[in-house]
Design a protein around this ligand. Sequence first.
Ligand code: CTP
Length: 398
Amino acid sequence: MSSLSNKRIILGVTGGIAAYKSAELVRRLQDAGAEVRVVMTHAATEFVRPLTMQALSGHQIHTELLDSDAEAGMGHIELARWADLLLIAPASADFIANMVHGRADSLLATIYLATPAKVAVAPAMNQAMWAHPASMDNIATLRQRNVNVIGPDDGIQACGDTGPGRMEQPDTIVTTVGSLFANGLLAGKKVVVTAGPTREALDPVRYISNHSSGKMGYALAEAASEAGAQVILISGPVNLAIPPNCQLVSVLSAGELLEASLEAADGADIFIAAAAVADYRAKAIAAQKIKKQDAGMTIQLERNPDVVSTVAAANSALFVLGFAAETENVEAHARDKLKRKKLDAIIANDVSRDDVGFDTDNNEACWIDADSTKTFSKRSKTQLARDIIEHMVHRQSL
Ligand code: CTP
């Protein structure tokens, strides 16, 4: 599996002779599996034509902050939320200073301020500019803010000088970017994630189910795997690719989900219940297709087992994280579920909204445990999953 598979990267290109290397960088990032969108400052367009970057990335290039056409498509805030990583390469001395001061005078600067994604810069400038205390201070400030600084490389520069200040080579940037997604937070841990809907058969052709897309559970499985865990993903029927390095167990009904969960949870450290389990199933599954009748019909339903609370009760040492899909009084209902199901923590989300939750790419959620609450503002499910994993590791070690 490629090091950047499924990663969404905004490549920010600022003005400098090294901008020509960004064209190569787009290709290298794509080769590693990333989806790349390019944002250029005006100065960058003096060095490389947007058309070149457009042809390479296969997408429209974003340059303008105030562009009604672009805002009607993927606007700047939407773009900022879409990304898993904002990679600014080359990052000029001027743009780095802009970042330090939080200026929002270009599309790229605005995206930097708005994105919840990881940020990396590959500085490129003359060696004397790089060595200047102002540049050194600026870079130190960015590092303190968790901006990853890649390079610069040392060698002969376009201006004829020799020294540090050349943009790092595209291959090295891609390798470094890949390592940013790997953290050892869950190294040596076994994590079980349930995801997607369950299907409860009525007859050989019909079933009861729900709108769960499985995206949140799959994103959590991927984030746990990125964090170094051994991951078993138990999934209902969904239309998603198996995340890298996760072991998939496919199930249909809540009964099958329970059986697979109890088996996988044995010896596991963490159980994440993101599946949208049907609470009821047909009392009897008809052996043949049910024929319609003139009158209406009634289907007798009976309760399904509660998977997450059964798993929690059977494994006292397991850290169990549940989900609460709510349409009203979100936090209060979720807190109630946390206690009732004897979970260690629960992620509450509002499934009444169109822009987040079920069957969308974004989510907004709230982590609730016995004595704390943390809200995660709207972001991609991929990013939210990483943030949840990080928060979980932090809370667990308290
Ligand atoms: N869950 C479960 N087994 C069930 C129902 C739910 O394991 N039969 C788990 C879900 O995976 C989730 C949590 O319980 O982690 C809460 O799911 P949710 O659908 O929000 O709650 P319900 O218990 O179904 O409560 P209600 O439908 O009354 O809101």
